[in-house]
Design a protein around this ligand. Structure first.
Ligand SMILES: Nc1ncnc2c1ncn2[C@@H]1O[C@H](COP(=O)(O)OP(=O)(O)OP(=O)(O)O)[C@@H](O)[C@H]1O
Ligand SMILES: [Mg+2]
Length: 375
């Protein structure tokens, strides 16, 4: 057998101390022609455990009566100390009950000594390996589902909390207006709170709908032939820029039109620019630049804010994630802006990332392929 064949063969660890039984099994394996088996023998449980720590076996044939372990205990020890290997128990006619118990406790199957033949062996070993792999896959999917369920519960908890904050403001102000005799000025103050909290609620719901559509694959792009410099111009005209903050736009004259969803790209730019504005100190500058590559265009938004710590960079695109810094403590936000931007860019087949260091400002960059390819 060459090395390649060896790596494809089924690796069997036989744990058996009775030399006659070992010989019978070896002989049987030698008679099997259709399947390649590689048989390794251990005459003690401890030796089997050591072998398994050195290499991986596809299946273990385990005699329960060994010099260093007896009965069902042998199965328990093997199963806990070698959890990655399916076990087939070998039993004598008189201890088949114990073997059956081992199957109830997690052994894949059992074989009664002196009753087996080569074809039965092949079938039992193959079924054991297959069943074991299926169970592991089921277990993996189960864990994934549990994780998703937990994430969903957490999502609902965060959303309820986020929605409650503006609602409390609205209800409180409305109550004040109903209960007390207010001056016109006080009324106007309460109404302003109702209006701004209502707007915030509206934005929040829109963001939540967007992220939920992106995550469930229901966010459909309306692909047009778009000009990013035009969208940048429009975005700047609707984004409030504080006095003293300068925005410089720098696109080459012949910047190509590309395939893209106009509203989607506008949303990406709004979300990044709103952050840049939030973090840029008075007197600072924001630079929006465009660059053409062979198959894509690259847009960057550089600010003169405090920058982002290295350990936070990998997390800021996660939904609801906000860095606990001086600016985010002062301003309100739900931590959805960048996750939505990432979702929209990726739906276009593009990428989004940030280059930033503490004290050096942040540069958010995204690329969009010139030609849209539906997945
Ligand atoms: N330009 C930036 N400079 C420094 N930190 C930033 C910048 N942009 C984003 N961040 C950090 O990344 C976090 C996530 O940004 P994101 O836009 O997703 O959420 P948000 O602005 O807090 O809330 P939302 O956009 O939903 O109103 C921010 O809370 C902030 O900590
Ligand atoms: Mg934001």
């Amino acid at each position: 057998m060459n090395e390649n064949q060896k790596s494809q063969s089924i690796k069997v660890l036989l744990v058996e101390d009775n030399t006659d039984d070992v010989l019978i099994i070896k002989k049987m394996f030698s008679e099997i022609r259709k399947v390649d088996f590689e048989l390794v023998c251990a005459d003690r449980l401890q030796t089997a455990i050591e072998y398994c720590s050195e290499r991986k076996f596809d299946v273990m044939l385990l005699d329960l009566g060994l010099p260093d372990s007896q009965g069902l205990d042998t199965f328990y020890k093997a199963n806990t100390q070698i959890p990655e290997t399916p076990i087939i128990v070998l039993s004598g006619l008189d201890d088949a009950d114990i073997a059956l118990k081992a199957v109830h406790e997690g052994a894949e199957d059992y074989l009664v000594k002196h009753t087996y033949n080569p074809s039965m062996f092949v079938r039992v070993v193959r079924y054991a390996i297959e069943r074991y792999q299926m169970l592991r896959e089921l277990d993996r999917k189960n864990k994934e589902l549990l994780k998703l369920d937990k994430m969903k519960t957490e999502f609902i908890a965060i959303v309820s909390h986020e929605l409650r904050t503006p609602l409390t403001g609205i209800i409180g102000s409305a109550q004040t207006m109903m209960r007390l005799k207010l001056t016109d000025e006080q009324k106007e103050h309460s109404l302003k709170i109702i209006y701004s909290e209502g707007k915030r609620l509206n934005l929040l719901i829109e963001q939540l709908l967007n992220i939920s559509k992106i995550e469930s694959g229901r966010f459909s792009l309306r692909i047009d032939f778009i000009s990013i410099p035009e969208i940048v111009e429009k975005t700047l005209s609707i984004t409030p820029i504080p006095e003293g903050v300068q925005v410089k736009v720098n696109f080459p004259d012949k910047f190509p039109q590309i395939d893209g969803d106009r509203n989607g790209i506008e949303q990406v730019l709004i979300n990044i620019l709103t952050n840049a504005v939030k973090y840029t100190p008075p007197g600072g500058k924001i630079t929006v630049e465009g660059k053409e590559e062979t198959d894509s265009v690259i847009v960057s938004i550089q600010d003169m804010g405090p920058g982002i710590k290295k350990e936070e960079i990998s997390r800021i695109f996660e939904k609801f994630y906000r860095v606990d810094d001086a600016v985010s403590q002062k301003t309100r936000g739900s931590g959805l802006g960048l996750s939505i931007a990432k979702g929209i860019v990726e739906l276009h087949g593009g990428k989004i990332w940030v280059e930033s260091a503490e004290g050096k400002g942040s540069k958010f960059i995204f690329s969009i392929p010139k030609k849209y390819k539906k997945e």
